[in-house]
Design a protein around this ligand. Structure first.
Ligand code: GLC
Length: 653
């Protein structure tokens, strides 16, 4: 029986064949834009289809090949790609072509991302628009706006419970306003990044309502969009191997519906996990994704990637099918909107974090290991773990990049590998406990004013929240606070990839303890570091006698230097051994090995140190220190004050 695909073109209801050519022909026969010789044939799209369809086909075979409707499902996804391209605004098509011609655009040393909440930072989309001059002043090339979609009243997990991917929260603006903001940002050289929250929807999403009601609409059974079970049998079985993510909200991975059934909810009870074993879910989310791409979103932050596939008897995290699904989204975009890139949010074991990064999966990824170990080094005044990670875990596949950051809107989890720590004689479990105590100020000598998050006495698990100013000691009035904050950002700015600034950090924004008085936030300590636009801190940013001014001056200096220094782009990083435990040290090579390099040194210790001359034996005698703008004679070695940083432009001999 032929079955209509989403646009009504007929493809047979059958399984994918072993031959990609046969299936490609079946699909081409139904889609004129892909049929060479047809007057509607689109050569550009046709070429991309020819290139990426085999990939998509292989992924669909692996994911859904056993199903009777797998060919129809794939045809519907191709159909979506064709429709998306047809409807794509010309300016975005032009951008697609530019990006395709220069796929490594995000590796430039001019890249700088900023992130903020629309409501907190600027009130509305219009408010964000009015801040574009400031973003330009900072040199932003990417703006990540935190979730801005329609979501439930009250607690909505900071917008991560989405009730409609096609509607902006009315308090912030409208979808046409978002599209026009994307245009204005693009004109200012800034790419818009949005979250793609695809592991779950809110319980108020139309799909969710239909699922609970058991509705079947146009042949689509919505109950199969989620994982709903009549009793505890299956939830108990799954929970034997899953971990608790938000234990403060509910134990385990399931919540009970009013009618007594159980539904999968990894995060808050109102965030229901989607069932990607159902190809209809993939197709539906692909529709939301391409819709957003056509509004002008250039980077999609793939939220909570690790959780999107469930399988009994496993932890239900980072399963092989997760990668297949991400690659399938990637292949779809490569056909439909080739300029759009994916950024992975996988805050997991470092081996797993990198497994998401490739040109065929997510081209960008948060670098949670560098982030966590930056804090670890500041707390211990020992750079050993961080240097080890930079030496062995920094490399990424060609054509991809890290997003290096100091902090995000989320908690800090100590995601280093226990086996790496053990090599340095560090017990991972004990060390995490120490770091948690340190950052909440419960350890002697601590300068930090963090707050615990999801403190789980049963498992001993805990994570940390707090702004950069709070965690570095600025808030506590520690004399090293400002320099530590600058040091932390200097690492994010010098290790390559896309550095990410949490807007407000550049003016040393403190914690917001008032969240506890807002009922919908009180139980989620992440709100302590998601403060409102800090008028006073920004007003003080030219006054270097204040922490805000001191951080701002130092950071903007680093930003300027980075923009002028091509060696700080790309991702190649080599070790540099100083023999000093408190010094983070590495080299950023130029395009070829004999060109000048940048040698980065950062002292996390509370005492001044001296890197002796022999460590620089491989370099010409005179190097240029980029941050201070002075020449240094390396025969005298290099001195670093407490929390001091040095970016040496040095030529190998
Ligand atoms: C991601 C977000 C986090 C959110 C969670 C559930 O980890 O960064 O803020 O709570 O996903 O959507």
């Amino acid at each position: 029986m032929p079955e209509p695909s989403s646009r009504g073109v007929a493809v047979p209801r059958r399984q994918l064949s072993r031959s990609v050519l046969v299936d490609a022909d079946v699909i081409r026969a139904a889609v004129p834009e892909l049929r060479p010789g047809d007057e509607r044939y689109d050569a550009e799209l046709g070429a991309r289809f020819a290139e990426h369809f085999p990939r998509l086909h292989g992924l669909f075979r692996e994911l859904y090949g056993e199903r009777a409707d797998s060919l129809a499902s794939l045809a519907a996804v191709v159909d979506l790609a064709v429709t998306t391209w047809r409807e794509r605004p010309e300016a975005l098509k032009a951008l697609d072509r530019a990006r395709t011609a220069q796929p490594a655009w995000f590796q430039s040393n001019r890249m700088l991302a900023g992130v903020c909440y629309v409501d907190r930072y600027a009130g509305s989309l219009d408010g964000i628009r009015r801040r574009i001059p400031y973003f330009r002043e900072l040199g932003l090339t990417v703006l990540h706006l935190m979730p801005l979609f329609a979501s439930p009243e009250g607690n909505d997990d900071g917008g991560y419970a989405v009730s409609s991917y096609r509607d902006v929260d009315p308090a912030l603006g409208t979808m046409p306003e978002l599209a026009s903001l994307a245009r204005e940002l693009r004109d200012a050289g800034i790419s818009l990044e949005l979250d793609f929250i695809f592991n779950h929807t809110s319980n108020e999403h139309e799909w969710a309502r239909r699922a609970v009601a058991g509705e079947v609409v146009d042949g689509v059974a919505y109950e199969d969009f989620y994982l709903i079970f009549p009793d505890r049998t299956m939830p108990d079985a799954y929970e034997r191997t899953t971990r608790e993510i938000f234990p403060d909200d509910h134990p385990g991975s399931f919540v009970q519906l009013p009618d007594g059934r159980w539904i999968w909810a990894t995060f808050y009870h109102f965030q229901w996990d989607l069932n990607y074993a159902n190809p209809e879910v993939f197709r539906a989310m692909a529709g939301e994704m391409t819709f957003l791409a056509n509004q002008g979103v250039e980077i999609l932050r793939m939220d909570a990637v690790a959780f999107i596939w469930k399988q009994l008897g496993t932890p239900c995290e980072s399963l092989p099918q997760v990668h297949l699904l991400l690659q399938a989204f990637n292949a779809l975009l490569a056909i439909a909107t080739p300029g759009v890139v994916l950024k992975s949010e996988a805050i997991v074991h470092p081996d797993e974090v990198v497994s998401y990064v490739s040109v065929d999966e997510c081209q960008l990824s948060y670098n949670p290991l560098q982030m966590a170990l930056t804090w670890e080094a500041l707390a211990t005044r020992d750079a050993s773990l961080l240097n080890q990670a930079l030496e062995r875990r920094h490399g990424l596949p060609e054509g991809t990049a890290w997003v290096n950051y100091v902090r995000s809107h989320d908690d800090i989890g100590w995601t280093f590998a226990d086996e790496d720590a053990a090599e340095l004689g560090i017990d991972g479990f004990e060390h995490r406990r120490f770091l948690n105590r340190f950052f909440v100020g419960r350890e002697p000598g601590s300068f930090a004013r963090g707050v615990p998050f999801q403190d789980n006495p049963r498992t001993g698990d805990c994570r940390i929240t707090g702004t950069t100013a709070a965690l570095t000691g600025i808030e506590a009035g520690d004399p090293g606070g400002v320099d530590r904050a600058v040091l932390a950002y200097s690492l994010a700015l010098s290790t390559g990839g896309v550095p990410l600034l949490y807007l407000g950090d550049e003016v040393a924004q403190p914690n917001d303890p008032t969240y506890v008085s807002r009922p919908e936030e009180a139980d989620d300590s992440r709100w302590v570091h998601r403060p409102f636009y800090p008028e006073q801190s920004y007003a003080a940013r030219e006054d270097t006698a204040t922490p805000s001014g001191a951080v701002f001056a130092a950071l903007t200096r680093l930003l300027t230097v980075r923009r002028r220094t091509p060696e700080l782009g790309g991702g190649r990083l080599w070790p540099f051994h100083t023999g000093l435990r408190s010094v983070v040290a590495f080299q950023r090579p130029g395009w070829t090995d004999d060109l000048p390099r940048v040698v980065v040194l950062a002292n996390v210790g509370d005492d001044a140190v001296h890197v002796p001359a022999e460590r620089f034996a491989g370099f010409d005698r005179v190097a240029h220190e980029l941050v201070g703008g002075v020449d240094l004679d390396l025969r005298g070695g290099v001195s670093l004050p407490a929390h001091g940083i040095v970016w040496l432009h040095a030529t190998p001999r």
